[in-house]
Design a binder for this molecule. Structure first.
Ligand code: PLP
Length: 386
């Protein structure tokens, strides 16, 4: 974990001194643990300082993430019975610091106690990057626990040139990234780092007498179950050890940079073609694209009336046509043996290409592009109906 902390450019405060690093099974478990820790920390402080009743305070806690973040924060809130707010993102799917500040002020006016936020480095739908640095300012000022969820894009941080994109990540209280997503280690291997070892331990530690032994009581050995949900633990560090020893730092960097080059190439091919538009900012290995509404509408009108009706169509009609044609394209591509995923940005249906497998190479990206291009032609000329 220390090797990986160094490779990811993490502040040593995350894995030494009062920090703590542990491989978790999933990013969702990491988020669950830190939300529980944030609650524990607040209840303890209010009880000690103000003799507050934990049961009463519990009902007033609130946590935040963005409307683009992974569902694990909402799930943690639900399991822990804490109020949850999905804060709105801007037109580029980014959570802005001012939005967070406004939510904190609104909630405080209503007597609520904001305790925690997840900011995301590489959101699940579009790989957008929240304003981590701005959010860190607010968390420091208002005492919120700030977790950076870098489940997918965190792997890019092994390359120093990507670290400015995550500016502020070293100011967070905790950080997690899944090596099993994009860094050559197979499932499961979620790197979890926090600067608050003791808070996590006090939150998670339940030591039954059958697990009590002298060395533990004397503080000579760690019990990993003090920092995680399960009691038992797989030897997951071994697969990281083999990966790092086999590839070395430069090999891991080459792997990430190669994928980003392949993605840039594919991005260029899609963006250069007038039939398509790319709807996300492509920093990593994810491209979100669609056939444009104008092209979709034109194809729809041609197939219905045999003429191109380039005007008198409103935005709603164009959106409906684009969503329908792009669903058709998505189904057609996937039936052709190239497997892409889908999603929405707002109400816009998008097709997602992700380059991140150890087998990804120029041959596979060429195949993806040829398939997208051919399937689009067949959907638009009506060879394939949708
Ligand atoms: C940003 C982000 N966070 C969390 C997760 C959840 O990961 P896990 O399956 O490890 O809980 C994902 C999964 O796609 C993700 O993209």
């Amino acid at each position: 974990m220390e090797w990986m902390g160094k490779l990811l450019g993490l502040d040593p405060a995350f894995y030494s001194g009062k920090g703590h690093a542990l491989i978790q099974g999933s990013a969702s478990e990491a988020v669950f643990i830190v939300v529980a820790a944030a609650r524990y920390r607040t209840l303890k402080a209010l009880e000690e300082r103000h003799k507050a009743d934990p049961a009463e305070v519990s009902q007033r806690l609130v946590i935040y993430a963005s409307d683009q973040c992974h569902s694990c924060t909402e799930k943690a809130a639900r399991i822990l019975n804490i109020r949850y707010r999905a804060l709105p993102t801007d037109s580029t799917c980014v959570l802005r610091a001012e939005t967070v500040l406004r939510a904190i002020h609104d909630d405080q006016r209503q007597g609520l106690i904001p305790i925690y936020i997840t900011s995301t480095f590489g959101t699940t739908p579009t790989a957008a990057i929240d304003d981590i640095d701005g959010i860190a300012d607010i968390c420091e000022e208002h005492g919120l626990w700030h977790h950076v969820d870098a489940a997918y894009a965190g792997s890019s941080l092994v390359c120093p040139e990507f670290r400015p994109l995550a500016q502020g990540y070293n100011r967070a209280d905790s950080f997690s990234s899944n090596m099993h997503k994009w860094l050559l280690v197979h499932f499961d291997c979620s790197l979890f780092y926090t600067k608050h070892r003791e808070v996590i331990k006090e939150t998670m530690s339940v030591v039954p007498n059958y697990q009590r032994y002298r060395e533990y009581d004397e503080g000579k050995v760690e019990n990993l179950s003090d920092y995680q949900i399960p009691m038992g633990n797989r030897f997951r560090a071994l697969k990281i050890w083999f990966t790092v020893r086999s590839y070395g730092a430069s090999g891991l960097q080459r792997f990430i940079r190669y994928h980003i080059e392949l993605t840039a190439l594919l991005h260029h091919q899609i963006a250069q073609d007038d039939r398509f538009e790319v709807l996300n900012r492509v920093d990593f290995g994810l491209i979100c694209f669609r056939i444009t509404p104008a092209v979709a509408l034109s194809a729809t009108n041609q197939s219905r009336a045999g003429t191109v009706n380039g005007h008198a169509e409103d935005a709603e009609t164009a959106l409906t046509a684009a969503n329908r044609v792009n669903w058709g394209l998505f189904d057609h591509i996937n039936a052709s043996g190239v497997y892409l995923s889908r999603g929405y940005i707002g109400r816009k249906f998008i097709i997602r290409v992700s380059i991140g497998s150890f087998k990804s190479d120029r041959t596979s990206t060429d195949l993806i592009w040829d398939t997208i291009s051919r399937c689009a032609r067949e959907v638009l000329d009506g060879t394939v109906t949708c």
